[in-house]
Ligand binder design. Sequence first.
Ligand code: FE2
Length: 270
Amino acid sequence: MTAAASFERDGFVVLEDFVDAGACDALVARADELVASFLRSPDAVSIFSTTEQTRTSDEYFLDSGDKVRFFFEEDGDAINKIGHALHDLDPVFAGFSHTPELAAVASDVVGMHDPRILQSMYIVKGPRVGGEVTLHTDHTFLWTEPQSATGFWFALQDATVENGCMWAVPGGHRLPVRRRFHRAGPSDADGTTFDELVAAPYPTNDEVPLETGKGTLIVLHGLLPHRSGPNTSDRGRAAYTLHAIEAAADYPADNWLQRGPDLPLRGFAA
Ligand code: FE2
């Protein structure tokens, strides 16, 4: 079966050895540098010490679509992820994100016509502290009309059930989307809300773990229910994700992720 046929049938496809180990190591090393430099900065101090923690962290998140920002695990002070414009603003991440090979996957496997990279996330999921990501679809968070969001998830280290690999519901991309996440008002201070579109939860009886070696790319349909577990092991589980949308699709003004005019969306081409 071709990768395109698997993707159409299951809503995801696993492409082993898509990037070489050296490129994975270089991305992890660069992320470590960015985190170390962030933790030395006044920005980090103000995020740690704010007395209006929730409000400030909401705005810090809502304002991050065209920036490189650092987010913490829920219970503790470990870094959880970096987002959401690494692929445009950091030269090492930009080089990893804009390649002819990725452009070919978007076009030949997914069937995208004119993909634009909307966001990037480096996910730390550190030993013993990396938290779970609960079952969701990416369309819920990156809504377009018609639906077009597609995820490109790279294992930068081996991912197993013990260190929090991806889980997915094969064929679940044919189910109606359950919820939509969006801004509650025009200002960042208005926060965000979910619209509940289908009350019943996704059926998860057929859910499968996707254990992957370092360098694997998993391509995820925007309507595919997927999640990842906590890292209960002593081994790291760094991953990098890109989400792309079709240039021609309508992108609502109340989507959480908004960019300023200085940073237009680009495709996968280098
Ligand atoms: Fe996701």
